[in-house]
Design a protein around this ligand. Structure first.
Ligand code: ADP
Ligand code: F6P
Length: 324
């Protein structure tokens, strides 16, 4: 029989993402509405090990849905990767009466949740990352805001690039995944889109493309380069030397992780927060929430971590066609 839940914890882990606050709010308010107590665990698994645990009431999540970052703070904890750290974490949960934990983060954070579940603490993961690189879900909290932030910045770079008739390489985040680059590439009408999943490292193709576009009268040439490829500054130097066209690199960086979440991020994060609490109440553990084919769903963490997701072939093909 499923154990009866009385108190749950919520933490954010790994890189922060806009919309995490909406997810925290969804967890806290749903849990309280269902008669549970809620503890906020600060600074991810490291905060759990340091017992940075606070009682959370509905008022603690007032006026946060529109704020970027995470009110609980986040961290990467090496100590929690050790068996001793995990046992200590589970023991601290028991000491504070926490029988279930909602973990908002990425793949690494789910590994931690899996360990806690094996040690008797029920856990549910919620996908929180701007990178969209979680295989079991078509949506991750923060991606929509990050893409919109990057898109607006790239529009601005494009204005100055066109005025000066320059080539611009704009590097966007995404760790090893090219989703932000692909979306910006299409949304900003870039001339070249370099994705770690597809790039052949043949710079001559890019150089030829720039020269032929310039001959056709294009005043700018925007290259969206994914962080997983990187080296935008040295690439700009080589391209300028080969084409004779002034070339600048802009690395957008952490601005993509901050700021006010979009409606989509607030909406999905809110539903996922509620959903996580409701499946905890059904006695589920070691699950991760996802969004697939228009529905909120959940998967076993191990199964979710074994899934693969790549760049859609048709969408990539369209990005090439439209770049001409
Ligand atoms: P993300 O969750 O965004 O993928 P990380 O990979 O940095 O970010 O993971 C966040 C945290 O999750 C780590 O700092 C660590 O505390 C915990 N974690 C990651 N991998 C494991 C693991 N194999 N076992 C236990 N905890 C882990
Ligand atoms: O996972 C989100 C992300 O911003 C990635 O796009 C990037 O590679 C990484 O985090 C940067 O991490 P850190 O905050 O540790 O520099």
């Amino acid at each position: 029989m499923a154990k009866e839940l009385k108190t749950i914890g919520v933490l954010t882990s790994g890189g922060d993402a806009p919309g995490m606050n909406a997810a925290i709010r969804g967890v806290v308010r749903t849990a309280i509405a269902r008669g549970l107590k809620v503890k906020g665990i600060k600074k991810g698994y490291q905060g759990l090990l340091n017992e940075e645990i606070i009682d959370m009431e509905t008022k603690h999540v007032s006026d946060i849905i529109q704020r970027g970052g995470t009110i609980l703070g986040t961290a990467r904890s090496m100590e929690f990767k050790t068996a001793e750290g995990q046992e200590k974490g589970a023991e601290i949960c028991r000491k504070h009466g926490i029988d279930g934990v909602v973990v908002i983060g990425g793949d690494g954070s789910y590994r931690g949740a899996q360990k806690l579940s094996q040690l008797g603490i029920n856990t549910i993961g919620i996908p929180g990352t701007i990178d969209l690189d979680i295989s079991c879900t078509e949506y991750t909290i923060g991606f929509d805001t990050a893409v919109n932030t990057a898109m607006q910045a790239i529009d601005k770079v494009k204005d100055t690039s066109s005025s000066h008739e320059r080539c611009s390489i704009i590097e966007v985040m995404g760790r090893n995944a090219g989703y932000i680059a692909l979306w910006c590439g299409i949304a900003n009408g870039a001339e070249d889109i370099l994705l770690p999943e597809r790039y052949d490292y043949n710079e001559q193709n890019i150089i030829n493309n720039i020269i032929s576009n310039r001959k056709r009268g294009k005043t700018h040439h925007i290259i969206i380069n994914a962080e997983g490829i990187g080296h935008s500054t040295s690439m700009a130097r080589r391209i300028e030397a080969a084409t004779g066209i002034e070339t600048r690199a802009t690395i957008l960086g952490y601005m993509q992780r901050g700021g006010c979440p979009t409606a989509r991020d607030r909406y999905y994060a809110s539903i996922m927060g509620s959903y996580a609490v409701d499946i905890l109440l059904q006695g589920k553990t070691n699950r991760v929430v996802g969004y697939q084919h228009g529905e909120f769903v959940d998967f076993d963490i191990e199964e979710a971590l074994q899934m693969n997701k790549g760049i859609d072939e048709y969408e990539f093909e369209v990005s090439k066609v439209l770049a001409i």
